[in-house]
Each structure stands twice: as structure tokens, then as C-alpha cells.
Write a protein that binds this ligand. Structure first.
Ligand SMILES: Nc1ncnc2c1ncn2[C@@H]1O[C@H](COP(=O)(O)OP(=O)(O)OP(=O)(O)O)[C@@H](O)[C@H]1O
Length: 241
């Protein structure tokens, strides 16, 4: 639509609506006493910190991997861990694999937003990466276990979005963990027993997303919708690391 700036407006009395559009625009501006602003009605959204958690084997990695493929402008924070690399994992992509000593020196320097001992190994979130990518306008994805999510909630409060990923049922979760073939029967048992306790923590989260068998795309779409809705919030969350 062609419009005229207020500086070119000369008509004061309101003309009929059938008047030329530019003239009408001027008349309306003049009658209201100020030019119509062309500033965006909605302020730019702030970078979000999105915490994705859920029981072991629920599909956190699978959902995040797909989300990164389909959505621009998000940075997945690579967690530092002292655990051994699994087949197919790449250092600096899946995790930063570090020695226990190196991990403890990162703790000492206060370089980690949150860290914990998980199944005998340390895992922690480097702060610097978050600061760097938020400054560039990226949304941040943090992948943590339930214990990590609880710690992050106490640090970040409502300044971050907390998403809890679940399988459609306990039985489906067990099938998925068994199917992954990364566990011994002993560690399987520990993970399943832990998962049974963990699902009780769903109330501490902002959103719950079901990652049902064969429906990874649906789960990813829902996470995307949550991010879109968060971007449209009137009172934006404001995470500072
Ligand atoms: N919707 C789905 N349908 C079928 N299989 C899935 C689905 N989501 C994930 N999987 C598979 O389930 C297994 C566990 O998923 P994944 O490793 O992503 O879980 P995780 O939550 O990251 O586990 P952990 O916390 O133990 O690292 C993988 O083999 C993955 O490919």
C-alpha cells in the first residue's frame, strides 16, 4: 500500500472514506495529531535458554539432533563429560570428552553453569559457550538429566524454558533403552528404576512433550511450537549467564 509521510500532509478536515488512500492516510494522521509509526509493533524477541530433559533413553539426543536440522538460530551447548566416548560419538560435537582432572579444574575456575556426577561420570555445562551464542542472538538448547534440570531451575528460575520429554509409556521407554544396545543389564536396571522415579518430576517443568515410538517428527514439531510460542510472549524471559 502506498502511503504518504506526514510532512506531505496538508488536509485537515476528515475527507470521506472514498477519498484517495494517501490523502485519507494524511487526514487521519493529522486528526490524531501525530504520524503513524512504522516501528515494529512487537519488540524483537530475546534469545531463549531451552532446557530439554527427560529419563535416560527417552530420545533427548534424537529430538535435539532433528531440531538442529530443521531449525536455524539455535545453538546446542556441547556438554563436557568425563565419561568414555561411545561408538559413533564425536568429541566437540556430542560432548567434550575430558579427563576427570581437567573436569575438576573447570569446576575450580567456575567455568560451568551446572555440573553433576551421573552414573559415575561428571557432566557439566560450559558457561562461555552460552554467553557467546546468546550475544549473537542464538537460542540456546541445554540437554540435561532430571537432576541437572532441577539444579538449573534453582539457578535460572523462570528465565529459561524447561521441557520434559517422555515416552508414551514406561514399557515403550524400556523397549527403546534395550533397543539402543548401549547398556549392560545392570546399568539398564539402574536407568529404568531411575526413570520410574524421574517421571514424577514432570510438575517442575513448563512443558511436557511425548516422544512416541516412530513419531520423532511430532515431538520435534511440538518443541518448535513451544519455541515459537515463547517468542510471542508479551513478557519475555530474560536469562543472564
Ligand atoms: N520417537 C522415537 N521412535 C523410535 N526410536 C526413537 C525415538 N526417539 C529416539 N529413539 C531411539 O531411542 C534410543 C534412545 O534415544 P536417545 O539416545 O536420543 O535418548 P537420550 O534421552 O538422549 O538417552 P540418554 O539420556 O541415555 O543419553 C536411540 O536408539 C534413538 O534412536
Amino acid at each position: 500500500m502506498a502511503t504518504t509521510s506526514s510532512s506531505e500532509c496538508k488536509i485537515v478536515p476528515l475527507p470521506p472514506v472514498t477519498t484517495d488512500r494517501a490523502e485519507l492516510f494524511c487526514a487521519l494522521e493529522t486528526a490524531l495529531g501525530s504520524p503513524f509509526s512504522t516501528n515494529p509493533t512487537s519488540p524483537p524477541s530475546k534469545p531463549l535458554i531451552i532446557v530439554i530433559s527427560g529419563p535416560s533413553g527417552v530420545g533427548k539426543d534424537a529430538v535435539i539432533k532433528r531440531l538442529r536440522e530443521v531449525r536455524k538460530g539455535i545453538h546446542f551447548v556441547v556438554t563436557a563429560t568425563s565419561r568414555a566416548k561411545r561408538d559413533g560419538e564425536v568429541d566437540g560435537v556430542d560432548y567434550y570428552f575430558v579427563t576427570k582432572d581437567k573436569f575438576l579444574s573447570m569446576v575450580e575456575r567456575n567455568d560451568l553453569l551446572e555440573y553433576a556426577m551421573v552414573y559415575g561420570d561428571y557432566k557439566g555445562i560450559p558457561k562461555q559457550q552460552i554467553r557467546e551464542f546468546m550475544a549473537k542472538g542464538f537460542d540456546i538448547i541445554l540437554r540435561v538429566d532430571i537432576q541437572g534440570a532441577a539444579t538449573l531451575r534453582s539457578i535460572l528460575g523462570n528465565s529459561a524454558v524447561f521441557i520434559f520429554l517422555v515416552a508414551e509409556s514406561e514399557s515403550a521407554l524400556v523397549q527403546r533403552l534395550v533397543g539402543r544396545k548401549t547398556e549392560t543389564t545392570d546399568t539398564l536396571l539402574v536407568r529404568i528404576a531411575t526413570a520410574r522415579e524421574e517421571v514424577k518430576h514432570v510438575r517442575d517443568f513448563d512443558y511436557v512433550v511425548v516422544n512416541a515410538e516412530g513419531k520423532l517428527e511430532n515431538a520435534v514439531k511440538l518443541v518448535e511450537s513451544i519455541i515459537d510460542a515463547e517468542k510471542a510472549r508479551v513478557r519475555q524471559r530474560n536469562a543472564v549467564i
